[in-house]
Design a protein around this ligand. Structure first.
Ligand code: PNS
Length: 159
């Protein structure tokens, strides 16, 4: 049974993230979306809200499960018996950053395997930052997040 982890801050999860999760869910038997919590990092959406948004976003995919984790990805990888970690990239700086992370993880856990997917099509340049920017300007990011996740997102900001 193959298992892919798709980790991220998901602050919040976008339709770009969903496109990546769909690719992983097609290729691997099971997918774990890991909403990572870094206590040193400030998020716009709290852990519970990021989880709820992620769950609504991937609800249509039967082999995908959403969890949250506060530790290192290399430990989550072993604990879940994962086959691979799937991450997306949009541009050269994303790619360079992801390569560096993949190398770091491999150095600290030789079993660790990363697959990098280029974002394509309609959501190729979409980011959580863009969603947060629109929200800060009082605009509803309708086409950028899953319609079922939108009410949770707006409610949490008391939009
Ligand atoms: O959505 P992002 O910002 O690309 O997600 C980054 C994330 C959460 C995947 C990355 O920060 C991460 O792997 N966090 C878990 C902690 C960890 O394993 N750190 C190792 C590198 S120092």
């Amino acid at each position: 049974m193959s298992l892919a982890i798709v980790p991220g801050s998901f602050d919040p999860m976008t339709l770009g993230h969903l496109a990546l999760v769909k690719k992983a869910a097609k290729k691997y038997d099971r997918v774990i979306v890991a909403v990572m919590v870094n206590p040193a990092k400030r998020y716009t959406f709290d852990e519970k809200t990021r989880m709820e948004i992620a769950k609504k976003t991937v609800a249509e995919l039967p082999n995908v499960q959403v969890i949250s984790d506060r530790g290192l990805l290399i430990d989550l990888f072993d604990r879940t018996g994962a086959t691979v970690v799937c991450k997306g990239w949009r541009n050269r700086s994303d790619y360079a950053y992801e390569l560096k992370m993949a190398e770091w993880n491999k150095t600290h856990n030789p079993r660790f395997r990363t697959e990098l997917y280029k974002s394509e099509g309609k959501y190729a340049n979409l980011s959580s930052t863009e969603v947060r920017t629109l929200l800060a300007e009082g605009k509803v990011p309708e086409d950028l997040v899953h319609p079922d996740a939108l009410p949770i997102l707006l409610e949490s900001l008391k939009f």
